[in-house]
Design a protein around this ligand. Structure first.
Ligand SMILES: Nc1ncnc2c1ncn2[C@@H]1O[C@H](COP(=O)(O)OP(=O)(O)O)[C@@H](O)[C@H]1O
Ligand SMILES: [Mg+2]
Length: 242
C-alpha cells in the first residue's frame, strides 16, 4: 500500500514525509548543524561528500543535499529551476522510493524530502533510511569480492526494478549496495517509471558495464567478461523472464 503523505510548509522550506512518522520530521532535520550539535552527525566514507549519516528519532538515516555535476556545477552548484513542487528532485525521488518499497523492492525507504524556493530556483535535500553494514559494489570490486555469484545477484537486482518499470538514471557500481543478507539499489535521483522496454533497460546495463570497466574491473579480474559480466547478464535475464 502506498504511504499516506504529509506536506508542510515551514520557514526552513517545504517538507514531505510519511504522515505516520512520529515525531514528524521538520526543516531542521535537513540542517547538518542541527544533528552535529546533538552529536548525531557522522561522515559517510565512500560518498562524494554531500552525504552524511544522521541518528534521527526515526532511526539511522542518510541525509543528501542535491548537487549538480558537470559543467553547470561551476556556476550553479545546487540550484535547480523551479517548475512546481512535484517537479523537485527531492519530492520526485521520495515518491519513486516510496513506490519501490511498497512493491517490495530493495531500495532505501524514504524518510523525508525538502525543497526551498529561491525565486526562480530551488535547492533540495532528501533523507532515506540507512542501509546498515553495506559496501558498494565498487568497494566489493576493489576488495576482490566481485565473483560470479555476486554478479548474478546484481543482475537479478537490476531486473527486479526493470520488471517494475523503474528506470535508474545513474546505474553505476557506487549505487549498488551489498550487505551480508541482500543487495540494494540506491540513488534514484532523476529516476522514473517507464513502460518496460528493451532500449532503456539495455542502456541501464551498458552504464553499469562502463562503470565497472572505469573502476578497472577488466584489469582486476582475469577474464572479466566471462567471469563476471556474463553471469550478471544471466542473472538479469533469468529474473526478468521469471
Ligand atoms: N540509504 C543509504 N544507506 C547506506 N548508504 C547510503 C545510503 N544512501 C547513500 N549511501 C552511501 O552514500 C553514497 C552516496 O550516496 P548517493 O545517494 O549515491 O549520492 P551521490 O551519488 O549523489 O553522492 C553511496 O554511494 C553510498 O555509499
Ligand atoms: Mg550515487
Amino acid at each position: 500500500m502506498m504511504m499516506q503523505e504529509q506536506i508542510r510548509a515551514e520557514a526552513g522550506g517545504t517538507v514531505l514525509c510519511d504522515a505516520t512518522l512520529a515525531p514528524a520530521p521538520d526543516a531542521h532535520w535537513f540542517d547538518p548543524a542541527y544533528w552535529r550539535e546533538r552529536g548525531a552527525l557522522h561522515a559517510l566514507d565512500g560518498g562524494r561528500g554531500g552525504v552524511a549519516v544522521i541518528d534521527t528519532p526515526a532511526g539511522a538515516g542518510v541525509l543528501r543535499h542535491y548537487h549538480r555535476g558537470g559543467l553547470v556545477a561551476r556556476f550553479n552548484r545546487d540550484r535547480y529551476v523551479w517548475t512546481g513542487a512535484d517537479g523537485t528532485r527531492s519530492f520526485a525521488e521520495f515518491r519513486l522510493l516510496a513506490r519501490a518499497v511498497a512493491l517490495g523492492l530493495p531500495a532505501p525507504a524514504p524518510v523525508a524530502a525538502r525543497y526551498r524556493r529561491h525565486g526562480l530556483f530551488y535547492t533540495a535535500d532528501l533523507i532515506t533510511r540507512r542501509i546498515e553494514h553495506a559496501r558498494t559494489l565498487a568497494q566489493c570490486l576493489a576488495a576482490g569480492r566481485l565473483d560470479a555469484d555476486l554478479a548474478r545477484e546484481t543482475g537479478a537486482l537490476v531486473a527486479r526494478f526493470h520488471r517494475a518499470g523503474i528506470w535508474h538514471a545513474d546505474l553505476n557500481a557506487h549505487n549498488v549496495l551489498v550487505t551480508g543478507e541482500a543487495l540494494y539499489l540506491i540513488d534514484f535521483d532523476r529516476g522514473e517509471l517507464r513502460t518496460p522496454a528493451e532500449g532503456w533497460q539495455l542502456a541501464n546495463l551498458a552504464r553499469l558495464h562502463r562503470s565497472l570497466l572505469k573502476l578497472g574491473a577488466a584489469k582486476l579480474i582475469p577474464g572479466f567478461q566471462a567471469a563476471v559480466w556474463e553471469p550478471l547478464l544471466y542473472g538479469y535475464e533469468r529474473t526478468l523472464g521469471a
